[in-house]
Each structure stands twice: as C-alpha cells, then as structure tokens.
Design a protein around this ligand. Structure first.
Ligand SMILES: Nc1ncnc2c1ncn2[C@@H]1O[C@H](COP(=O)(O)OP(=O)(O)OP(=O)(O)O)[C@@H](O)[C@H]1O
Ligand SMILES: [Mg+2]
Length: 355
C-alpha cells in the first residue's frame, strides 16, 4: 500500500520556525518576533526572518538552523531563509544618516569651488598614481550631474550585478563606479536633495568595492548637496582642493575650504592646476594664468600646499583618449608632478592615522 504523507503548508512552516530557539539567546524565534512569513511552492520553501539589532552577527547560524529544520518537513524539497533588517532599523553602531563604508579605506574627496579647474583630471591621476604605488584603489565619480570619469578612463560598459550589488568596472588597476555607467550619457540628470543622498548612498553601499586602501571621490564643482552628503554621511578622511592660479578660482577654492572647516573635515591641502604653460616645442614656461596663487592661498589659510600641475596639452589629449597621463606617459614631467602630489596626500593620511 502506498502511503503518502500530507505535505506541510505555509502555516506549519511558520509554526515550526517560531518554535526554534535562537542560537545566541536560546529564546524562541516566535517569542522574539523574528518570523515574518513563509511561502511554499512546488516544494520550494522561502521564509522571512527579521534580523534585529542583536542578531546581525548570527545570520549564518540562523540560516543553518532554520533551513535545516524546514527541509525536514514533508513535501519540502528545498528551503531558503530571506533576511530583512527589521523595524529596529539600521545595523549596529551607525547613526541612520551614515553610509556603510567599512573596508573602503581612506576616502579622499577632490573638490573645487569653481567648475572646469581640473578636479576630474586630478582625481583620475591621483587614483592611478596611488594604484601604481601598490595600493588597492577605487574611484567614485560623485559628479552625478556631469560624470566625466567614464570618458577619462575610456570605460563605457554596464556594470554587472552580483548578489544585488553592482560590480565596479576596472581599468588601469583602479575600480571605478560612475552614474554615467547607468544613466545615458546625454540624459539630463536633475537630482533634488534627497535623491542626491540616495544616489550617493547607492554608489557607496550597493557597489561591490571589496577591500580598498583608498577611495578617491571626484566631486561636482561647488559646495552643494553632493559635497554636503559625502561629508556628513561618510567617514571622509579629507579633501584635496583644486584651484587654478587665478584670483577668481582662488576665491571659490576658499569657499570649498570653508565648507570643510565648518563640517570639521580635514583639508589635506591645495593643489594648483594649470599652473603656468610649458611650451611643448621650445620647453619655455610662461605663466598664462599666473602661477603660485594657490601656494600663497594655502600659506594664508595654514593649509598644506600639495604641488602644481602645469598647463599641459598632452594632459587633455590623454584624458580624452581614456588613459590618465600617469599611465599613458609615466615619464612626462606632469606625470611626475601627479605622483609627487599623490605621495604627499598619502603621507599626510598616514601621519593622521598615527595621531
Ligand atoms: N593641467 C592641465 N593642462 C591642460 N588641460 C587640462 C589640465 N587640467 C585639466 N585640463 C583639461 O581641462 C578640462 C577640464 O578639466 P576637468 O574636467 O578635469 O575639470 P573639472 O574641474 O573636473 O570640471 P567640472 O567642474 O566640469 O567637473 C578638460 O578638458 C581637461 O582635459
Ligand atoms: Mg569634473
């Protein structure tokens, strides 16, 4: 005689789960209010366990316990626990506004008051120079209004998704993420305050950055929502302020420095870009926009001066061709200037870590 045992139903799965004892506290999961629902379809059981604040570290043990028990029920071929963070909210130790940034290393923002002074160029070469010196480096294109990192790195693919996280694209030894990989390049992007916060959070938390020594963030120009969000919601190690030698750009650079001070974030120093022009034909240097203004400004504010990068046509050419200068022409004088600058930034961060 064939005897077929009745298959378990969803209520029975829930009852079983509620009776299981939490591996850490030994209390019943039902009593702790952690069982949130179950579905059973074609022998596949899925059930939801809320992870409360105290259970975050017990997820693996909870999975093992619950899946094993449910699989033993008649009619269940496979069982899978789905975890949710429950109403008690954020993971332990993080205030709600703060992004999860563990493992990202030193987060370095590249800022300027004014647009077009070379932030993206500096950020790209800084990331590559740090990577060339053996560090694990990420480059976050935080310019969500006008991303230029895809062009600077010659990257146009779409990032893959793995375990609900985006895999950053990788080139020149740097992991790169940009909104430009996701949004069409020419699409107008209009972001309001809360959306900015959300976009930035996703680019930090929902990207598989792995373990980094440094994450360089290329910022949009000015001192707006994105800058505020990065400074308030991440453990920013500090910022590099880019300025050209002109008085106008310096006035704006001062605003960027003032913002950092107000939010109590370290100013790593000021770098002068487009500092003088070295004629590619005769090698003679002429100071088209003046030179030395940023050094003077840094001295006045008591900030470090991180070096100068001359106006170099080949810098624009290599940028447009998708290979930052320090990779394309490592022996070029401007590439050396970028490496010196990167070394100063890294030494400064190392000194801060020791404090
Ligand atoms: N030292 C330099 N010599 C020659 N060209 C440069 C130099 N620095 C930057 N450029 C060029 O100037 C333009 C603006 O640079 P970049 O995009 O890096 O500025 P940005 O500050 O990021 O601009 P935005 O504010 O629009 O984000 C680019 O075409 C870049 O190649
Ligand atoms: Mg830029």
């Amino acid at each position: 005689m064939f005897f077929r045992k009745k298959s378990a139903n969803e209520d029975e799965i829930i009852q079983l789960l509620r009776g299981l004892r939490h591996p850490a506290s030994n209390r019943a999961l039902g009593e702790m209010g952690l069982v949130e629902g179950a579905v059973l379809k074609n022998g596949e059981a899925r059930f939801i366990i809320a992870l409360d604040r105290d259970s975050q570290n017990d997820a693996a043990a909870l999975r093992n316990l619950t899946e094993k028990a449910v699989r033993k029920l008649p009619g269940v071929k496979n069982a899978r626990a789905i975890f949710t963070a429950n109403a008690q909210g954020a993971p332990p130790g993080k205030p709600p506004g703060e992004f999860r940034a563990a493992g990202l290393g030193e987060i370095i923002a590249v800022l300027s008051g004014k647009g077009g002074v070379g932030k993206s160029t500096v950020a790209a070469n800084l990331a590559c120079a740090l990577s060339q010196s053996g560090l694990r480096v990420g480059l976050l294109d935080a310019d969500i209004y006008g991303p230029s990192v895809p062009r600077l790195f010659g990257l146009h693919g779409k990032p893959k998704t793995e375990n609900n996280k985006l895999t950053p694209l990788e080139k020149h030894g740097v992991k790169v993420m940009s909104i430009g990989f996701i949004v069409e390049e020419d699409a107008p992007v209009i972001w309001r305050g809360p959306m900015v916060q959300k976009a930035l959070r996703q680019m930090i938390e929902e990207v598989n950055w792995g373990t980094l020594d440094a994450l360089v963030a290329d910022m949009p120009p000015g001192t707006g929502d994105v800058q505020l969000s990065l400074m308030q919601s991440t453990p920013l190690s500090g910022a590099v302020v880019v300025s050209t030698p002109q008085e106008l750009a310096l006035t704006d650079a001062r605003k960027a420095v003032a913002m950092l001070r107000r939010l109590n974030k370290p100013v790593l120093g000021i770098i002068e870009n487009m500092s003088g022009f070295v004629c590619p034909h005769c090698g003679e240097k002429s100071d088209i926009f003046g030179a030395g203004g940023a050094r003077e400004e840094a001295r006045r504010g008591g900030d470090d001066y991180l070096g100068d990068i001359p106006l170099t046509p080949v810098l624009r050419e290599t940028s447009d061709a998708g290979t930052p200068l320090v990779v394309a022409q490592p022996h070029h004088a401007a590439a050396q200037a970028f490496r010196d600058f990167a070394a100063r930034v890294w030494l400064k961060l190392a000194a801060r870590r020791k404090q």
